[in-house]
Design a protein around this ligand. Sequence first.
Ligand SMILES: *Cc1c(COP(=O)(O)O)cnc(C)c1O
Length: 350
Amino acid sequence: MKDKDIAALVRPNILSLAPYSTARDEYKGKLGIFIDANESPYDTGWNRYPDPRQTALKAKIAPIKGVAPSNIFLGNGSDEAIDLVYRVFCVPGRDNVVAIVPSYGMYTVSAAINDVEVREVALGEDFSLDVEKLLAATDANTKAIFLCSPNNPSGNSFPRAQIEAVLTRFRGIVVVDEAYIDFSPEESLLKVLGDYPNLLVLQTFSKAWGLAALRLGLAFASEFIIGIMSNVKYPYNINESTQRLALEALSSPIDERVEEIKSEREILSGMLPGYSFVEKVYPSDANFILVKVRDADELYNHLILDGIIVRNRTRVRGCANCLRITVGTKYENIQLLKSLNEYEKGNIRR
Ligand SMILES: *Cc1c(COP(=O)(O)O)cnc(C)c1O
């Protein structure tokens, strides 16, 4: 696909949009007397509007991710980027997207907010992807396919060849949510960004980087797509404190913490099948483990009464009696195992 094919997917009103031009867009110098933006002249530390293009932050992120700043969009969480996919590409009440089930709930919620139909394609019993089934769900009004790999809540990654088959065969936007890529042995699709003009990769600083409270999500795509998303976003979508604190946090490497989580994940994955009430421990490339148990509601309540909160996914399609357990610190994981030991002995809290 070429940029002109991508342009044909964009809503006409968005393609012709004249974006808001901020004072800081018009004059980029740093020194001078700034009486252009109706800010307070008194230095509170926060009296100036933040950089609407997040130039310094993108320059810091680019080498970490191995992409050019012009291929990076920063959002108020990945959730902003997800919402923008709908606002940029989908005409409300007409267009649709295809998403896998079970997967991240925001794809569906954001679609509903934007009055866009989601065609849900169920994953296999082992959460595997059927590419033919996925493509068969698309039609002329399908603007995007949402994939999440490693997938939340199942934890598995989809084979690279399958994702690239979707990218090649679907003539629309393929969103690949890599929120958990740092915990995965699979390689990120960022390496092939240049090969697929219809690829949009989502990542976040909320998980491996430990910055969920800052609300900083990333989208990577062609310069053309990033340009359009930037036109549609709120001008100052990333506030100054987030930009400053993220710049600082990105100087500390996360490798050790990520290795620790992966090692704890393997320990937990090894222990959990030993319990009689555990029916299946799904393999995980992420920082959580999906576990099928005898009675998810009963175990969920037992854990709550022990002060341990996991995510009960039993009412999600394909996840009957499943709990999703985030890998914690060694101490937290031991507390979890102690509580599971009591449950196993029949000391069930109710
Ligand atoms: C946690 C998560 C995100 C991150 O969302 P933010 O808005 O960046 O915090 C994105 N996608 C998936 C699948 C997730 O599980």
